[in-house]
Write a protein that binds this ligand. Sequence first.
Ligand SMILES: [Zn+2]
Length: 326
Amino acid sequence: MKLFKYILILGLVLSCRESAITEFQSRVGDKGNVILLTLDGVRYEEFFNKDIFRTFWDEHASKGIVLGDPKKKSRARIANTVMLSLPGYKTMHEGSRVWCRTNKCGPSKKETLGEKLKRVKSWNNHEVGIISSWGKICDAAMRKERSLFHSCGDMKVKLPGHFYLNEMQEADTPIWGGRYDKYTFEHGMKFIEDKKPRFLHLSLLDSDEYAHDDEWDGYMRSLYNYDLYIDRLYTLLDQMGEYGKNTTVIITTDHGRGKGDKWTGHFFNWNSRKIWMVVKGPHVPARGSISHKRKITHLHIRPFTELMLGIKEIKGKHRILDLILD
Ligand SMILES: [Zn+2]
């Protein structure tokens, strides 16, 4: 009899949770867009420094939610055990823990977030996009067929209006290969303006490369630029009417970095597990940097994105409760 009672209570709790998600889903609807902006290897130590990300903290932080603040009760973490980039990005796009433990594990073998969106929503070729400074973001975001619109690393953007950017990126390549963020970002902004994507992953890299090269000044310059880029992205969306109003922006990093003189690296470095995340959009309360009980990781990005885009059968649906109930 006691067992029956427990099963009944468990059933009630589960159905309450289920209805909380369904209620939220109907409130969100399916008019939404999501832009995921990633800044490679930017430590929480710098992100929460209000002198570095000055415009963000002065003008934007309070209009959304910021996770990972060491001064608050807020745990934002990676969800891979090696503290590397490709496993981190793969986790975001696959929405589950990945076997990949190096930066050389090749294209995804499971249907990725973007691929699912295109299949379920039958969106056209430019409604889902991947634009990145690092070539391997394409491996995280797609299977080997590469069926999404993409420009990863030094690939040109084959669209009208991108000609001069393509020429400039070709004449000015970084020593680490791929493409400087200044070109990737401009391609991304133009793509948003012209194509109004329903989902875009815009991925920047300079910060991590300068850090590995032990170039503190270069790392800092990248961060000051990111602060400006974040401001420009929000400003562009503000100017885009209905499209901008319906767009949720997620900003995060793939991993942190070591402490003190270990700041240049992150591989198997415990401090690198700590990350930060910013979410701003029509269904996100304006609360700034918050405290919360549940740990939020890269695994939350896919279900949250699917929710914001009106997907009914959400992968990793149970994780949404961590975000909407907490
Ligand atoms: Zn790195």
